[in-house]
Design a protein around this ligand. Structure first.
Ligand code: EPU
Length: 417
């Protein structure tokens, strides 16, 4: 199994280009199911999750052409098999995003229930409730959600809690429904806005994306379009956190700073200097790192997907940081691994009290999920000596060539087989 070897203790300096966002690409790939005409996407990052989604769509009958790197053309002229099997869904929960588009376009769909995952239970009751409100008949049979509807009908749907993929699934389904759908308590994440932008290019009528009320006026048919995937705000934040933790002076280009306000604020609070110019963010940190308190929240709050990376920063800061995870019930699995590197962290429930240590020491650690892996990479860059990270396939799900990009900043990091 591949591992990452990191020789820590070096400043990071230079320039890195940010890739297209994983969590925007995944729903947008599923949006191709809504139209019989081709959807051409650019700025698609080469990630394992994107590959898994392509495989899933190809199984359904979508023809996919990857003519040049970062560009995909998806042609769903006919959908032979509106099915997302267990084998695919269990490796990637985001497969649930096929459910809404399939019922809307084909009138039927069978998608496996995702089951639990490393970071928590993550049920899909809100996706199901919304489709039922739109008139779909839903049966849960042998671990599958079977949905049927001759044509979905517009409805007013109030989410019990803020769900990103729930909002995306129902927004996609509603584009082809008969009448107007209103989504209340909708997720405001920038990836929801990017999806709405793509759907609008395909002929959908959507207003309010980026607010908690999204209104979709259903149309009979969507057409082909071309769309560039937004930059990955979590990849951006991960590199910024790495520079803050290791010290240095780096610029991230091709990003979108206004999708990262809460993260930039915390990095400044931690003692980094952050300057935004156009699509670039420059970060410098030479002085002491300061403790920061963090509480994750739906957008525009501090993203749960950056919680682990900021904990690596806090582990090296002067003083005590309190980090509270409010979105997922089991997203502190990086803590025991950080402790192996010498971090002083106590966890009670979903609150971590991090007493910053003057130094971390390299060790063998294990990645448990995508963002926990990113946290360990940052900790490895800061720790003295060698850190070996095992199970890095988690990292490859959501970061494009992370070791190459970090090497370009002067990090000593390499992949070994
Ligand atoms: N929830 C329910 N019922 C539902 C849906 C969600 O109870 O029907 C709960 C979840 O269990 C969780 C909370 O609501 O406690 C929020 O979950 P959400 O549905 O927003 O998460 P998601 O849509 O499954 C997306 C991202 C995650 C990111 C979360 C939160 C994608 C493909 N995934 O997941 O990304 O952490 O939103 O921002 O967009 C990652 O990239 O590492 C990652 C895990």
């Amino acid at each position: 199994m591949e591992k990452l070897l990191i020789e820590g203790g070096r400043r990071l300096a230079g320039e890195v280009r940010v890739s297209g966002a994983k969590n925007a690409a995944l729903p947008i790939l599923c949006a191709s199911l809504l139209s019989p005409d081709p959807l051409r996407l650019t700025n698609v990052a080469r990630l394992n999750d994107v590959g898994t989604m392509q495989k899933l769509l190809a199984q359904m009958g979508v023809r996919i052409d990857a003519a040049s790197p970062g560009t995909l053309t998806l042609d769903a002229a006919s959908i032979d098999w509106p099915l997302a099997p267990y084998e695919m869904v269990k490796t990637m929960r985001a497969s649930i995003l096929a459910l809404g588009p399939l019922v809307a376009r084909c009138g039927e769909a069978r998608v496996s229930l995702p089951g639990g995952c490393a970071i928590g239970q993550r049920p899909v009751d809100q996706h199901v409730k919304g489709l039922q409100a739109m008139g779909a008949e839903i049966d849960l049979e042998s671990g599958y959600i079977a949905a049927r509807a001759a044509r979905l009908k517009g409805a007013r749907i109030v989410f019990d809690l803020v769900t990103v993929t729930g909002t995306e699934n129902l927004m996609m389904a509603a584009t082809l429904a008969d009448g107007v759908t209103t989504l209340e308590n909708a997720a405001c994440e920038p990836e929801v806005v990017d999806l709405a932008r793509c759907l609008t290019m395909m002929g959908a009528r959507i207003t309010g994306a980026g607010t908690s009320r999204i209104v979709i006026d259903g149309v009979d048919r969507l057409h082909g379009a071309e769309h560039a995937i937004m930059p990955d705000r979590i990849e951006t934040g991960t590199f910024l956190a790495a520079v803050a933790a290791a010290g240095g002076d780096a610029t991230l280009v091709g990003t979108q700073a206004d999708t990262l306000d809460a993260v930039l604020d915390k990095l400044r609070e931690a003692g980094a200097t952050v300057d935004v110019r156009g699509d670039a963010i420059r970060i410098r940190r030479d002085g002491p790192l300061k403790a920061v308190n963090i509480r994750t929240a739906p957008y525009p709050g501090f993203p749960t997907d950056m919680q682990a990376q900021m904990m690596a920063v806090a582990a090296r800061a002067d003083g005590t940081s309190v980090i509270t995870e409010t979105i997922f019930e089991n997203r502190m699995m990086h803590v025991p691994e950080l402790q192996r590197l010498g971090a002083d962290i106590e966890v009670e429930g979903n609150i971590a009290v991090v007493k910053g240590a003057p130094a971390l020491a390299g060790a063998n650690v294990m990645a448990t999920d995508l963002r926990a892996s990113a946290c360990l990479v940052i900790a490895g860059l800061v720790a003295d000596g060698e850190t070996v990270i095992d199970r890095i396939y988690h990292l490859d799900r959501g970061y494009e060539r992370i070791e190459d990009k970090l090497s370009a900043l002067g990090a000593r990091i390499r992949r070994v087989g």
